[in-house]
Design a protein around this ligand. Sequence first.
Ligand code: SF4
Ligand code: SF4
Length: 224
Amino acid sequence: MASFSDCYGCSLCLLSCPMWLQRRDVRFSPQGYAKAMQHGATGADMDQALSACIQCGACDLLCPEQIDLSGMIAAALQQAEAPAAVADAAEPDWFAMSRTPALRQRLRADDLYIIDAVCFHAGHTLRAPHYDQLRRQTGCSMNLDLNRMAVATGIGSRAESLQAFDVNRQLEWLLLGRRFQRVIVENPADQRMLAQMTGKPVLSVSALINLPESGANRSETEHA
Ligand code: SF4
Ligand code: SF4
């Protein structure tokens, strides 16, 4: 893959970046990181700007130069002695769960299905067609944007823990204009805040799959 030295400043990556959308300051964007590094900045020099990145991986997909922006950010965080978040090895495979027949049968047209953005972007080529099909078959809506990228919640990110990223604002943006009666989340970390913000039942994918057949279509008792 190309490196930060190949960035020519087209700004396309800004369109997908939740951090930039909140800050509207190019220093808080993948382009800003790449340009700073081209001029000799180290991860330590960019510590403040790096603190707001939720490491969602969306920027990787839009860069026409195919720069490994996630890799660049992880390396810069390492230089700043702030290691990038690593996936928990014990974390369930949400993509595998999303492919089970039980999930397909139980998803409803009035569900909002929240894809885990980090997993989705890491395997986008394989995952995007699968989720498109799931959406068509069930009629549910998903946290996908016009570029078929998953809108990240930022919940549980390093940026949230540093209070450098406002997850409430992000959720407001994610939910804007979406109509649904129930929320299904891949990552259980998203469950509590989405229940608070929507006032709707919020179920994890694993809970939905394991719901007894008789309860699968009831929403009243499905609060997390
Ligand atoms: S990983 Fe996400 S928040 Fe970080 S720079 Fe890329 S798009 Fe922006
Ligand atoms: S999309 Fe790629 S080339 Fe364009 S500004 Fe962002 S990092 Fe640079």
